[in-house]
Ligand binder design. Structure first.
Ligand code: PLP
Length: 337
C-alpha cells in the first residue's frame, strides 16, 4: 500500500549539514539531537545516516526514544534524566541519563548507576542543577557536563553571560567533556563549542541564525498526490467558510494533505507548491488543501511538492521552524533519497 502523501528526505543534505556543523565546531565533537523522532523525520533513519557520516553522540528526550535507537550502537544521552520508572532500562546501559535535579542524582547514586551526564542551569531556568548543587555529584562517573543556551538565535548579552557561567564550571566536576552549543550556539563562535556540540534544527534544514543560511540545505520536502482537479468559475468560492473567491475562472487541485499532517492552517491563502507556481487557496482543511494549478498541467493522481524551505515557511505560517518539522505526521511515507 502506498500512502498518498510522502516526505522526500535528502540524505546528502542531512549529512552535508552535519559535516558543515562539525567543521564549525572546530576541535569539538559534533553530536545530534534526534529527539521527537528525529525532529519529525524518523529518528532511526536520521541516526543511521548520521552514524555513517561519523556522528557518535545523539540526544533524545526520554527512554522510549533511547530504546528505539539502541540497535544502532550510538552513544545515546537521555536529556530528561531518570525517573524511578526508567531505572530498569537505564541500568541496562542502553543510554546515559542526563541528570538534572538533585533527586535524579540521588536516585542514580542509590541505584549504583554507571556513567551519566549532568545538565547544569546557567540561566535558562528550564532543566538543570544549580551550580551550587555540583558538590552532590561526588562519586558519580560523569561523562559530559552540559548546559543549554536560552537565546542563541538572538544577539543578546545573555549568551555571553551563559558562556561565562558555563566556562567557570571547568574542573568543578569529574566530567570528561563539556557541551553547551545547540545549532544556533555553534554559529555564535568557536568559544561556545567546548568539547561537544549538540545541533538539532540545522541538521534538518532549519536556519536559526543568518550565519548558517549559506551553509545549511533543505532536507525535508512534503509531497502529496492530487485527488481532484476542478474548474472553479469566477465568483465561486473554495473551502471552509468560503474565504477565497475566484476572481477569474481558476483550475484548482485538491491534494491529500492537511493540518492533521502538520501542514498547518497558517498556510491558508499563503503557502504554495511547485516552487511558487501553485498558491494555496482558501483554508487548509484537516486532510485536504486546495491549490491554484491554472498555470500547470497537473492532473488527478499527479504528485506535487509543497514549498517548505523552513525559514520562509515559518515566516508565512506563523509557526516556528521547529514546529514545522516536528509536526509532520504519521501519515507521510518517509522516503530517503
Ligand atoms: C533540543 C536540544 C538541542 C538541539 O537544539 P537545536 O536548537 O534544535 O539545535 C540541544 N541541546 C538540548 C539540551 C536540547 O534540548
Amino acid at each position: 500500500m502506498t500512502a498518498p502523501l510522502r516526505l522526500r528526505l535528502d540524505t546528502e543534505a542531512l549529512t552535508g549539514n552535519w559535516r558543515a556543523l562539525a567543521r564549525m565546531s572546530g576541535r569539538a565533537a559534533c553530536g545530534a539531537a534526534v529527539k521527537a523522532d528525529g525532529y519529525g523525520l524518523g529518528a532511526p533513519g536520521v541516526a543511521t545516516r548520521l552514524a555513517e557520516a561519523g556522528c557518535r553522540d545523539v540526544f533524545v528526550s526520554n527512554w522510549a526514544e533511547a530504546e528505539a535507537l539502541a540497535p544502532l550502537g550510538l552513544t545515546v544521552s537521555v536529556l530528561h534524566g531518570v525517573r524511578d520508572e526508567d531505572l530498569p532500562l537505564a541500568l541496562s546501559g542502553i543510554a546515559r541519563p542526563v541528570l538534572s535535579t538533585p533527586a535524579q542524582v540521588a536516585r542514580w547514586q542509590a541505584a549504583g548507576g554507571g556513567a551519566c551526564d549532568v545538565m547544569v542551569d546557567t540561566g535558562m531556568n528550564r532543566l538543570g542543577l544549580s551550580p551550587d548543587d555540583l558538590a552532590a555529584l561526588a562519586g558519580l562517573e560523569i561523562h559530559t557536563l552540559m548546559s543549554h543556551l536560552a537565546c542563541a538565535d538572538e544577539d543578546v548579552a545573555m549568551n555571553a553571560r551563559q558562556l561565562a557561567a558555563f566556562a567557570a564550571l571547568a574542573g568543578r566536576t569529574s566530567a570528561r567533556r563539556m557541551s553547551l552549543a545547540n545549532s544556533a550556539g555553534i554559529a555564535l563562535g568557536a568559544e561556545y563549542a567546548f568539547d561537544l556540540t549538540r545541533p538539532g534544527l540545522a541538521l534538518y534544514g532549519g536556519i536559526p541564525r543568518g550565519e548558517l543560511s549559506d551553509t545549511i540545505r533543505q532536507v525535508v520536502t512534503p509531497e502529496a498526490q492530487i485527488l481532484q482537479r476542478r474548474r472553479v468559475r469566477a465568483g465561486e468560492t473554495v473551502g471552509y467558510n468560503a474565504t477565497w473567491t475566484a476572481a477569474v475562472d481558476t483550475d484548482v487541485a485538491i491534494i491529500n494533505l492537511g493540518y492533521a499532517d502538520g501542514y498547518f492552517r497558517g498556510f491558508s491563502d499563503k503557502g504554495s507548491a511547485g516552487q511558487g507556481t501553485c498558491p494555496v487557496i482558501g483554508r487548509v482543511s484537516m486532510d485536504l488543501v486546495a491549490l491554484d494549478v491554472t498555470a500547470t498541467s497537473l492532473a488527478e493522481g499527479d504528485w506535487v511538492a509543497l514549498d517548505y524551505a523552513l525559514p520562509a515557511a515559518a515566516a508565512l505560517s506563523g509557526m516556528s521552524q521547529y514546529e514545522l518539522l516536528t509536526g509532520l505526521g504519521g501519515r507521510f511515507a518517509r522516503q530517503w533519497g
